[in-house]
Design a protein around this ligand. Sequence first.
Ligand SMILES: CCCCCCCCCCCCC/C=C/[C@@H](O)[C@@H](N)CO[C@@H]1O[C@H](CO)[C@@H](O)[C@H](O)[C@H]1O
Length: 484
Amino acid sequence: FRKDFMWGAATASYQIEGAWDKDGKGQSIWDTYAHTEGAIEDGTNGDITCDTYHKYLEDIKMLKRLKATHYRFSLSWSRLLPTADSSAPNAAGVAFYNKFIDGLLANNIKPCVTLYHWDLPQCVQDKGGWQSEDVVEKFKEYADFCFSQFGDRVKLWVTINEPHVQCGFGFGMGIHAPGIKGQFSPIYHTDPMNACYQVSRTMLLSHAHTYRMYSSKYRAKQNGLISITLNSDWCEPKDPSNPDHVKAAQFYIDATLGWFAHPIFKDGDYPDSMKEHILEMSKAQGLKNSRLPVLSEQEKNLIKGTYDFFGLNHYTTRLAEQITDETQAFAIHPDMPSFVYPDPSWERAGNDRLPIGSEWLFIVPTGLRKLLNYISKTYGDPSIIITENGCSTKHSVNNPGDTKQLEDEQRCRFITSYLNEALKAHLLDGVDLRGYFLWTLMDNFEWAAGYTERFGLYHVDFEDPARTRTPRKSAATFTKIIEE
Ligand SMILES: CCCCCCCCCCCCC/C=C/[C@@H](O)[C@@H](N)CO[C@@H]1O[C@H](CO)[C@@H](O)[C@H](O)[C@H]1O
């Protein structure tokens, strides 16, 4: 790896901070969603979670002990701007992040700051949220505020984390905040499956306007880098000699990674395969136009090229074939013609007691090398930062297992083997890889799974009011790799 390679861990505000209603913080859509009965697997929420708001100095010590050069975390929009109005900031929220950033820098750890990791202020949601055009201006105003407050010290920015997961989970399946299951809403969209596409457009525009605002207003003075983080599985045909399988694998990548990567890193627009298929599906349902909003030439020009690096979150791999009547029920989206599934031989994330970690997570290190090569070739050899990669264990309410799992051999192997493939992509294939952030520094609130899934290098005792953190073996493994 490069001498200046970024070695870090990653987290997100709602998942670790707690203090959900303290010191003037406003509510976010995740506060609302997690307080909704039945929304979270174990009935928990992020009200306290790791209590980083009060224990941030411990987090910094943990990072120092890891020998991390960087730390990726997100800002809570509603902690900084409780009414989403930048002329009425929350001084306590600003002070918290100032102390935190200063503490990191004092320990020689550079911050990588995500502006938005899924916790939209509830007051913005109440006015239409990502389904309303107004959000673009609001996001820009929030970003402007953050650059003005923290940009003198923060030199690495991520606008939005994993927009496609958010569109699919929050506005299609409805299993993440704001929990919209493609409902009919006469105000913002006119088709039951339109919400996730509407939202993808406002996210793209918010990202692009923010990037351009940073360039025109702050770049010369602050000299930082800014981009977006996209999540992608690697996907390959079940039978590489079957053209239908090849097409299905490519479509899956186009409609997940390409959905946002093509507009930003390629030509300003969605992949052709996606546009053609969604138009066909829309027409088959009697719609006149595609439910995928058309991006105007002006919007395409605005979006195209708005990146300084490619932020990649990667966890797992899938095989693909064309969907059939029998497999239609397993489609991840009504507009998805690819049936994707894991190879039965792949190892699952998990442990001896509960062998299935996150249900979706299969350990396929070679997928990372292939994906890095694909991104490099498809998007013109951008500098890539792996902004998340990690492995989980599961702990159900009825079968708590050993939540501590300090001897997390599987996570050690996961880190070593994925990094080994990343190194091959860099060294042997020439991929311009700049950094690696492990998900995650410590066990935390894993969205709809609550505390049943643990990804941490550090175990956190959520029964203990002190939220004691204990390093797992994987923390030492990761440190050894960084040191050497
Ligand atoms: C033709 C149109 C098709 C639309 C398709 C929309 C379907 C979207 C659904 C995608 C589902 C992907 C599931 C992936 C899950 C993970 O990769 C995801 N959880 C990664 O998120 C990050 O991972 C951490 C661990 O889960 C998490 O804690 C962190 O906050 C996330 O950033």
